[in-house]
Design a protein around this ligand. Structure first.
Ligand SMILES: C[S@@+](CC[C@H](N)C(=O)[O-])C[C@H]1O[C@@H](n2cnc3c(N)ncnc32)[C@H](O)[C@@H]1O
Length: 290
């Protein structure tokens, strides 16, 4: 964002705008409206050329992870949601149509303030949609800022997509510790597609040269390598989650291939996307019983 002093994590904020622009080529509710607002209001200056809306695999992955998370959420039927690193995700906007859901969006202060302003331009204020400044890595945890909105007797569903991939191992551990504390207090589940292995990422890069350029743009913006910050193998990702005190259930992103609107909108070869999704999962993490 133009007026931000770029600090360590704040540089990552720009990637939220990149993925939001990619999401406009999907049928995800409110995705186009949000992308149009950020473009019309000139909220961000991204480097040229803006390949973010040209990488077919990025758009397919962004749509798939969003829809795969929604599918996994539906299996748990938990009515209070804490979304970390919400960026410009439209899930809160959409889900809070249901007054029985409490939806808390959170992100770094500059991002969540910007998000709240954008949402206010699209819908009336809703009593069940909240916006909190939470640095997901901070210790002691800032997650308990959500205590005011959450019902203590009810489980919570914690979501994050596209955050852990930017964090180094020590930072990922801090997020895990914060999630653990929340799940100890409330019960519930953490749903995330962010346990990515470098081997599958490298294979996707070979299938889509634009994705390579885009990841380089992301690295230049954030000063963080999307390749190096991931797990070497999927087995290493599972092991990490286990060592952090979680049981993992995995859901293949291939389950949502038939729901991907961007394939038709952008004329994407479904076979290439299938290959990528076959290597990608959403993790549902609960606390180990011990
Ligand atoms: C790639 S974007 C993903 C945004 C959104 N989840 C999505 O899928 O569109 C990464 C997001 O992480 C947020 N972020 C970066 N560091 C953070 C931190 N320490 N705590 C919380 N959010 C953070 C950024 O502000 C940005 O919104």
């Amino acid at each position: 964002m133009k007026k931000l002093q770029a600090s360590n994590f704040e540089k990552i904020i720009l990637t939220a705008f990149m993925v939001s622009l990619a999401r406009q080529f999907t049928d995800i509710p409110y995705a186009k409206e949000l992308a149009q607002l950020i473009t019309a209001q000139n909220l961000v200056e991204l480097p040229q050329p803006q390949n973010q809306d040209k990488s077919v695999l990025l758009t397919a992955r962004i749509e798939a992870r969003y829809k795969a998370i929604n599918e996994v959420m539906a299996q748990y039927q938990i009515a209070q949601v804490l979304e970390l690193a919400s960026g410009l995700l439209p899930r809160g906007l959409f889900m809070s149509c249901n007054p029985n859901i409490t939806f808390i969006e959170s992100d770094l202060s500059a991002m969540i303030r910007c998000k709240q302003q954008l949402v206010q331009q699209l819908i009336e204020k809703r009593p069940n949609l909240h916006f909190l400044e939470i640095d997901a890595t901070s210790r002691p945890s800032q997650f308990l800022k959500s205590a005011e909105q959450l019902n203590p007797g009810q489980p919570v569903m914690i979501l994050c997509e596209g955050l852990l991939t930017h964090l180094n191992m020590a930072e990922k551990q801090q997020v895990c510790a914060n999630v653990r504390e929340m799940l100890y207090s409330y019960g519930g589940i953490w749903i995330t597609p962010d346990f990515i292995d470098t081997a599958s990422l490298v294979r996707s890069l070979q299938d889509d040269p634009d994705l390579q350029k885009l990841l380089q743009t992301g690295t230049n913006l954030t000063g963080r390598s999307l390749v190096d910050n991931n797990f070497e193998t999927l087995e290493a990702a599972r092991q990490f989650a286990y060592e952090q005190g979680f049981c993992v259930t995995e859901y293949s992103m291939l389950n949502v291939i038939d729901q991907l609107s961007c394939l038709e909108i952008l004329g994407i070869d479904a076979e290439v996307v299938k290959k990528m999704l076959a290597r990608s999962s959403v993790f549902a993490l609960s606390l180990n019983a011990t």
